[in-house]
Design a protein around this ligand. Structure first.
Ligand code: SGN
Ligand code: CA
Length: 534
């Protein structure tokens, strides 16, 4: 009897403190984690590249912090999402590439938040099979999803929703926020599909962006001298490897008329599939803008040199890519407004990031995968007025590996000892200078589209060491201070002998620390080869 009374007393005391059974307090911070797909930091205006304007995303950094060297551990969509959820490297969580199965039964940070009394939701692109675990609500795109009139899988049930994917994703996020149980803290993962290939913008933005001209990067005409086999054999060059119909939006009939062969075998099908999802009103609006582009190209193509074509294709790429980002930015603004209007801004951690970086013409490329800077790094902005001073800039080497432990730390939940990332809560609050001095990276999806060879490596403040393996055995070393564009591999330069030895030692230490090995590389290679042969 005494024990029962004691329990009743404890329960009453806990509820008086605003704490529910599992431990989360009503005052625990909310989390809004916004992640887009393939959004390079060069296309967030807060990073200062001058390509486009993203005032709403920038607002997060203005009122909070901007990370100048945030990186991912594996620059590919589904692996990056698995790292976000688990706080573990790909070779530990098992999702090493877009092909391998992800095991939802393993632990993840939303499950832990949920257990502690948070309400959790995931909206938008997740790119992994199976019902997402750890969420009270999920509304996700199947696989890559579609830009126009997309299907969504809402709590396991598929339905098509009319409209433009970015706007729909924002609406689903806002609707969930409004309808949530307001007595509990919440964690919302709001994941945009844009600006993923094939870059179809919303009507209100393609009308504007297709008229714009963008600054070219210095290395657009890179000839890959000074690099190894991997950069030379990758298939991500804007001039050689982009689809004419699928990417540039040249009509299949016009390709035939001009004698332009498809780049990839699904070049024309990609175009037909994407535009085929539009209704007649959407299609008419599209044609009104893209028909004149086709007519202009038809006139110019016969006299264009390869160089002219590269200039033209770069502009076409940027118009559509940056056009899709405009709606992403607008959605961020709507969510920030919602938090303001509902008095939630003060107690909500807002993050903006991407699943990886992207090449916007640097080295002549599009896509990602490589450990070179543009795809290794990713935008990262965070606002939490209670702890982060406006205008903070963090240059330390944080990774997407750190999100899970950071969120648990903010929520006051113990971080499981097998999570491999570090909480950056103190770092961003200016309460510690203690941080890692090197990051570890792995990439596996080869042979595959874009043909980026398997590699792993480390990056420190100044240097980067990479090993490309499987069908080659090549090392690359870059001095990022002297050579920020990574144009000269100095691995065999005697001047760098000491640096090289030190970097090798550090790499060996990190591989050991994170529990990676040649045996892992071999295991994942064998798995991959058997899966793609099926
Ligand atoms: C598609 C794209 C690739 C892209 C992968 C993976 N080709 O295959 O360019 O690298 O997705 O992207 S496409 O012709 O189908 O558009 S990821 O972000 O999902 O990893
Ligand atoms: Ca991606």
């Amino acid at each position: 009897m005494k024990q029962v009374l004691l329990l009743l007393f404890v329960a009453a005391a806990l509820s008086a403190m605003g704490q529910n059974k599992a431990g989360a307090k009503t005052s625990s911070p909310n989390i809004v984690y916004i992640m887009s797909d393939d959004h390079g930091y060069q296309a967030v205006s807060a990073y200062g590249y001058g390509l486009n304007n993203t005032p709403n995303i920038d607002r997060i950094a203005k009122e909070g912090a901007l990370f100048t060297r945030a990186t991912v551990t594996n620059s590919l969509c589904a692996p990056s999402r698995a790292v976000l959820l688990t706080g573990k490297h790909s070779f530990i969580n098992g999702k090493v590439d877009n092909v391998t199965h992800f095991d939802w039964n393993q632990n993840n940070f939303p499950k832990l938040l949920q257990k502690a009394g948070y309400q959790t939701a995931m909206v938008g692109k997740i790119h992994m099979d199976g019902l997402p675990q750890g969420f009270d609500y999920s509304a996700v795109l199947p696989d890559q999803g579609d830009y126009y009139n997309p299907d969504f899988i809402i709590n396991g049930n598929k339905q098509q929703i009319h409209g433009y994917v970015t706007d729909i994703t924002t609406n689903l996020a806002l609707t969930w926020l409004e309808g949530r149980d307001k007595s509990k803290p919440f964690c919302l993962l709001y994941h945009q599909k844009a600006p993923h290939r094939e870059w179809l913008a919303a009507e209100r933005y393609y009308k504007v962006y297709t008229k714009m001209t963008f600054k070219e990067p210095e290395t657009l005409f890179d000839d890959y001298k000074g690099r190894g086999t991997a950069a030379k054999s990758a298939e991500m060059n804007i001039l050689k490897d982009m689809n004419w119909a699928g990417d540039d939006k040249i009509k299949p009939e016009l390709m035939d008329e001009l004698g332009i062969p498809p780049t990839l075998k699904w070049d024309k099908d990609a175009y037909k599939r994407n535009l085929g999802r539009m209704d007649s009103v959407q299609r008419a609006a599209w044609d009104a803008v893209y028909d004149p582009i086709n007519e202009d190209f038809k006139k110019r193509y016969p006299t264009m040199s390869k160089e002219d074509l590269m200039h033209w294709r770069y502009q076409r790429y940027m118009q559509d890519y940056l056009g899709t980002i405009a709606a992403v930015d607008e959605g961020v603004g709507e969510v920030l407004d919602y938090l303001d209007k509902n008095g939630l801004a003060e107690n909500t951690i807002v993050i903006y990031t991407s699943d990886q970086g992207f090449y916007l013409g640097e080295h002549g490329w599009f896509d990602k995968r490589f450990m070179y800077e543009e795809s290794l790094r990713t935008p990262l902005l965070i606002r939490y007025p209670k702890e982060i001073k406006p205008g903070t800039r963090i240059n330390d080497l944080v990774q997407n590996l750190d999100f899970a432990p950071t969120f648990l730390d903010y929520a006051g939940i113990d971080i499981p000892s097998d999570m491999q990332g570090m909480s950056f809560r103190k770092l961003v609050a200016g309460k510690t200078n203690h941080w890692r001095d090197a990051i570890y990276y792995t990439y596996y999806e080869y042979p595959s589209i874009h043909m980026v060879k398997r590699h792993y490596g480390i990056r420190t403040d100044r240097y980067k060491l990479m090993h490309f393996y499987y069908d080659i055995d090549e090392w690359e070393l870059y001095d990022l201070q002297k050579d920020p564009h990574e144009m000269h591999n100095v691995y065999n330069d005697p001047v760098y002998k000491k640096v090289r030895d030190e970097m090798h030692q550090k790499l060996a230490m990190l591989r050991k620390k994170y529990k990676d090995s040649d045996a892992n590389d071999q295991k994942f290679l064998n798995n991959y080869l058997s899966q793609i042969q099926k």
